[in-house]
Design a protein around this ligand. Structure first.
Ligand SMILES: [Zn+2]
Length: 444
């Protein structure tokens, strides 16, 4: 078939089947760790059943569909997710606990490449051929009783111990885009060797950056993070990996640099007025030392101030970067730095608050369960982000429903009563219900 001349610039759609099939492929290639002949359910079916719970944001989905199977001799995990037999919750937990977390890395990479090929990624560029990956640490488990081999431990003076799990989460984002694109996070956890040394956010970030380069060797990456990262070792590490950085640099944490900047008579300034009459003022200076040491990295500095219509400064922030700043890119970089909060807002809070049931429902396991469940939750979130970016059916559903919560609530109810042979059929039903609801409202 002859390609249209526009084909190479047009965004393509990624649908449920393409995404589900990549997931199946990954789950099918996980090495079997169990004794052959004694496995009632495949690794694929266990992983996919757990994933479907995260996907529908309900920990009881798999169990419910097992009951649907008994009464109707078919179920939606079979038709939609290609699960041949659904394990019980306890079986599912035991299997997933022993799966190596690294086995899930290929899905994150595949989804990223699928977005790239579908031309969905281009609009995420911060500067030409440069994509911003925001990083931040988050702790998703904390307990005084429940723990596993990977748990971080904190001994208190009264003898009690707090056990916790964290991840260094990274996501590609753009100030004008609501969606974010997560990458495989790095666990902040202790290794198999025991509790000799506690892992931390900085060490996890170092491993994360090295791995991100391995996973996406040719991608232009700008790493952005909070003030914790604007230190020489991290700056040097990012540059060694041929990436760029944009880290928050607060005056109190960078006294030497702040003094250095104060010695200039005047720094270059660029400002724009917005429609509300507010002024966005950027002050910058290239080539300043990050600290007072002899081997200090030389960085470029940006300060941003938001000045309201009454002339009052309502917000300030400052960053350091290796990108040479000029009046053409300073506003773009400042805007990029400011959108870093999305990783907290769009990623962490969504995962925590919008029904992804991170912490409590699946138990903790002895080996990798806690981290694997976190990864499956993040993959479900990723799946939904791709839907929002590129699936026209989903976008239509989002338009028809007041909010996401209502949409998914309806979906969860529908799969109890109906068995859908395809994703398209499920979406039609979702839309059909919605059209009726609107008509009914009008008739009242
Ligand atoms: Zn643990």
């Amino acid at each position: 078939m002859k390609k249209s001349p526009l084909a190479h610039t047009q965004k393509k759609h990624l649908n449920f089947d393409a995404l589900r099939s990549s997931l199946s492929q990954c789950f099918n290639s996980i090495p079997e760790h169990r004794v052959q002949g004694r496995c009632q359910h495949t690794l694929h079916d266990s992983m996919m059943s757990a994933f479907s719970c995260m996907f529908f944001q309900d920990p009881s989905i798999a169990e419910f569909q097992r009951q649907v199977q008994e009464s109707k001799n078919n179920n939606n995990l079979h038709t939609l997710f290609k699960v041949q037999s659904i394990p019980k919750d306890t079986q599912l937990r035991d299997v997933i606990d022993n799966v190596s977390s690294e086995a899930l890395r290929p899905v994150f990479k595949t989804y990223f490449h699928q977005l790239q090929r579908a031309k969905q990624l281009e609009s995420f560029q911060i500067l030409p051929n440069l994509y911003m990956c925001a990083i931040d640490g988050v702790y998703h488990h904390s307990s005084e009783q429940v723990h596993c081999k990977q748990c971080l431990t904190k001994k208190h003076s009264n003898g009690t111990v707090t056990y916790s799990h964290g991840v260094l989460l990274g996501a590609f984002m753009h100030p004008d885009k609501r969606q974010v694109i997560p990458v495989m996070p790095e666990p902040i956890a202790n290794s198999e060797t025991g509790y000799i040394k506690q892992d931390c956010e900085i060490n996890a970030a170092k491993r994360f950056i090295a791995q991100l380069k391995k996973d996406h060797p040719r991608l232009g990456v700008l790493i952005t993070g909070d003030g914790l990262f604007s230190k020489a070792p991290m700056v040097n590490l990012v540059l060694e990996h041929k990436m760029h950085f944009l880290f928050v640099a607060k005056p109190d944490d960078h006294k030497y640099m702040t003094q250095w900047l104060a010695d200039y008579k005047k720094l270059p300034t660029y400002f724009v007025k917005d429609l509300k009459g507010r002024e966005h003022r950027y002050t910058y200076q290239n080539k300043v030392p990050l600290n007072g040491k002899e081997d200090a990295p030389w960085v470029n500095y940006i300060r941003y101030e938001l000045i309201n219509e009454k002339g009052k400064t309502t917000y300030t922030n400052s960053w350091v970067t290796d990108i040479t700043i000029d009046e053409h890119n300073v506003a773009k970089l400042g805007k990029a730095g400011r959108c870093r909060w999305k990783i907290e807002n769009e990623c962490f809070n969504t995962l925590k608050n919008q029904g992804y049931h991170l912490n409590h429902n699946f138990g903790h396991g002895k080996e990798n369960l806690s981290h694997n469940m976190y990864l499956l939750t993040l993959l479900a979130f990723f799946f939904h982000q791709i839907f929002e970016l590129s699936d026209p059916d989903y976008q239509l559903c989002r338009q028809r429903y007041v909010n996401k919560i209502a949409l998914w609530e309806t979906f969860r109810t529908l799969i109890i009563y109906f068995i859908f042979e395809s994703w398209g059929e499920a979406f039609s039903k979702l839309l059909e219900g919605r059209a009726n609801a609107k008509v009914n409202k009008k008739n009242k």
